[in-house]
Write a protein that binds this ligand. Structure first.
Ligand code: NAD
Length: 734
């Protein structure tokens, strides 16, 4: 056999071992070539008399990340080309065959007559786990690195190589649907108890165990191919089935607002597939897969949440000529809410942290946050107390700035007060070496102005984290007017070390994410002032695809903070720069009623131990009350998304954002902008700049100048030019 991606050997017992180890790659991925070689292996095992069966394993640290999504993207382009040159039918035929290839290959493996076993260590996700599911026996290593799962739904796809059918035949339908909807990565013990795998063993025993299973006469028939097989939840059309399907539908609608075609296809695929024999069921799944792959949602989500996100994480914006920094020690000054979080993620990444505050007690309080987070992990069985000790040993608390000596990077996260920041920056400057990069986590103060307090402004940069730091994936890096490449490179290396996703933006009021999201919150406030029922504001925002309503979000970030920002904007830019309805609402809530949000248990919502509920007093604040049935819900949805996307378009015109990928990735990871759209600019591109500009003009006429399209948009609208067309991102650095 002529193999490049697999090593293949057969032992004295006649048991073959196919070791997947694609040359020159850190991770195995499924490509056309890999499929061809798998096909060769299956044919060889099936037809060679001396071979009893085959174990598939990996020669790398992980099993495989699944299918190469750029290959799937390529198929989409091929389809579009064919549709143009040979017509829709020829294109669809090609597309169906091409996208069903993997599924058919796995079915061939499953029905070839010889037993196959998968011995899995490390990550085994998506198409790779579907390969394991098609094998007749699966054994996982008990390593902490081993994870299995079907995360396709997270990039707008669904498992189209048998995943929906095999999972739904291995466990109760409700559990299967949950697993497919969530797309979580599953640990070995959980995978065993979910009946996804047959055994969990130490890493060095998995191949042997798989071989033993074959040697002991392991069956080459999947359970569903054996006469009399019964679905774990019985028939779809049965009393138990009816306990599942009506609520499943309702849960799907509640969770997705019908915005995610892939989630719907999971539901349809399982519902229809469970009523059919396996071969037909797989064909049904393939049809849905081919349909989903051609949806704009899948294209947008693959581009932003997989490709662009990956490119940014690998350093697409990193200046190439600067050697990478290996962080030995960093400093964090200000051990409050943010400083404590930054300390934790840095220590998690194995970096020594000097944590400084005004006094040692305050610094210790910041360190205690790491203790608490680690203790939570221990309680959940995700860490051991030795891990906590090791992490805490990395954090040195102090009130003495001279401890900052030798740090590669120092991040200040003290009070959002210019005078305090000035004193602190100057004090840090006196205690660090000439090469150290100094960063600020400010959320509102211009980086260029803060850099003036440091004698080496080229080494000053904004590293803007989102709260809570340990959960939020995005970090916004802010280039001051005088920030130079080395500061950017070091900041990007740090973000990479702590495994977060960076976007790089130029200095301006609110930077990128806050600018967009404050518009979203303001739109909610204005709707409230207009008389839209509060519950409708919240629900329609979620129907538009936002993870939380604007009122709820405002409660989380604190109403008094919103009030402060509004007053600062008014002071700096004049009364016209703010909306008087929003000012009046926030004044009532914050100044008159002392309702600050979740932090004092009362904001737009009331917070009780049992949960939260919209504050009934909101109705009394509304001078006008609109009749819910008279409100155009589509228009409310448009307003929520357009006001954010328009702000993103403005940041492109102002060159705050210089790479379209960053606006898209930043908007989804930073503030949850409707992920199915692919982000703020992809949302505009999908509608077309012409239609988007027209929408903004209509909204401006009815609701005010805040919707007026900017110059760039109007220019692009003339020829319906897209953002990805006009500002095509440069190819990522390796
Ligand atoms: P915080 O009030 O929780 O913490 C500030 C800490 O700074 C306190 O521990 C305080 O004792 C310390 N401090 C004050 N003066 C000091 C001094 N002279 N020397 C040393 N330490 C001093 O505030 P926070 O929410 O953690 O915010 C910190 C920074 O992060 C601010 O610039 C804020 O704008 C920014 N930020 C906050 C958020 C958020 O959601 N809270 C998000 C992004 C950025």
């Amino acid at each position: 056999m002529n193999l490049n991606h697999f090593r293949f050997e057969t032992d004295a017992d006649g048991i073959a071992l196919a070791t997947w180890d694609s040359p020159g790659k850190t991770m195995n991925v499924i490509t056309q070539d890999v499929m061809t070689e798998l096909n060769t292996i299956i044919a060889h095992v099936a037809s060679t008399e001396g071979v009893k069966g085959c174990v598939i394993t990996s020669g790398k640290d992980a099993f495989s990340g699944g299918a190469d999504l750029t290959m799937l993207q390529g198929l989409g382009l091929e389809y579009a080309k064919l549709a143009k040159s040979q017509g829709e039918e020829a294109a669809i035929t090609f597309f169906f065959e091409a996208t069903a290839r993997l599924s058919q290959l796995y079915r061939k493996l499953e029905t070839c007559g010889k037993p196959f076993a998968a011995a899995v260590h490390g990550t085994c996700l998506g198409g790779a786990f579907e390969l394991a599911l098609a094998c007749h026996y699966r054994v996982l290593s008990d390593s902490d690195k081993t994870r299995v799962g079907l995360p396709e739904v997270k990039v707008g796809l669904f498992p189209g190589a048998g995943g929906t059918q095999r999972v739904a035949r291995l466990m109760q339908t409700g559990d299967a649907l949950q697993m497919l909807f969530k797309g979580d990565q599953i640990k070995p013990a959980a995978a065993r108890s979910m009946n996804l795998v047959h055994a969990v063993l130490p890493r060095d025993q998995i191949v042997q165990a798989a071989k033993e299973w074959i040697k002991a006469g392991g069956s080459a028939k999947a359970p569903w191919d054996i006469e009399g097989f019964k679905n774990p939840s019985n028939k779809v059309h049965s009393a138990p089935g009816m306990m599942i399907w009506p609520p499943a539908n309702a849960i799907y609608r509640r969770e997705t607002s019908d915005n995610y075609p892939a989630a719907k296809a999971i539901l349809q695929s399982v519902y229809e597939g469970l009523q059919l024999p396996m071969d037909l069921a797989l064909r049904v799944e393939s049809r849905y897969f081919a349909m989903i792959l051609r949806t704009p949602e899948a294209a947008a989500m693959i581009r932003s949440l997989f490709l662009s996100k990956g490119e940014l994480e690998k350093g697409a914006r990193r200046p190439a000529d600067i050697p990478p920094t290996k962080f030995k020690r960093i400093g964090v000054v200000g051990a409050g809410f943010m400083g404590a979080g930054i300390t934790y993620v840095a220590a998690q990444a194995g970096i020594q942290v000097v944590l400084i505050d005004r006094d040692i007690e305050a610094a210790e309080k910041g360190k205690a946050y790491s203790h608490k987070l680690m203790s939570d992990q221990i309680m959940k069985g995700r860490a051991k107390s030795a891990d906590r000790d090791a992490l805490l040993a990395k954090i040195t608390t102090s009130a003495d700035y001279s401890m900052l000596k030798g740090c590669d990077l120092v991040i200040e996260a003290v009070f959002e007060d210019r005078a305090v920041k000035e004193t602190v920056i100057k004090k840090i400057a006196e205690n660090i070496g000439r090469k150290t990069i100094l960063a600020s986590n400010t959320s509102t103060l211009p980086i260029s102005s803060l850099s003036e307090y440091f004698e080496r402004p080229s080494q000053f940069i904004g590293i803007h984290f989102f709260s809570p730091v340990e959960k939020m994936l995005l970090v916004e890096l802010i280039m001051g007017k005088r920030t130079k490449d080395r500061a950017l490179a070091v900041a990007l290396d740090f973000v990479r070390a702590i495994k977060k996703t960076p976007i790089v933006v130029n200095d301006c009021r609110g930077f990128f994410a806050n600018r967009c999201v404050l518009n979203y919150i303001r739109e909610g406030h204005i709707m409230l002032a207009e008389g839209v029922p509060p519950a409708m504001i919240e629900n329609v925002a979620k129907m538009a695809g936002m993870p939380v309503g604007p009122l709820s979000l405002n409660d989380e970030v604190a109403l008094d903070l919103g009030w402060k920002i509004l007053q600062a904007t008014k002071k700096d830019l004049g009364a016209d720069a703010i909306d008087s309805r929003q000012e009046a609402l926030l004044k009532t809530m914050v100044v008159d009623l002392q309702r600050f949000g979740r932090k004092n248990g009362k904001g737009f919502y009331d917070y009780a131990e049992k949960g939260k509920a919209l504050w009934p007093g909101l109705a009394d604040l509304q001078k006008v009350k609109l009749d819910a049935d008279s409100i155009n819900k589509q228009e409310l949805k448009d307003r929520f998304l357009a006001i954010q996307a328009l702000e993103a378009a403005r940041t492109v015109e102002e060159k705050v954002i210089v790479d379209v990928r960053e606006a898209d990735v930043g908007s989804i990871l930073g503030f949850g902008f409707a992920p199915y759209t692919g982000g703020t600019l992809s949302y505009i591109d999908r509608m077309g700049t012409k239609d988007f500009t027209a929408l903004c003009e209509r909204l401006a006429k009815k609701h005010g100048d805040r919707f007026k399209p900017n110059k760039l948009l109007k220019q692009m609208a003339k020829t319906n030019e897209s953002f990805y067309g006009r500002f095509a991102p440069k190819k990522a650095a390796a």
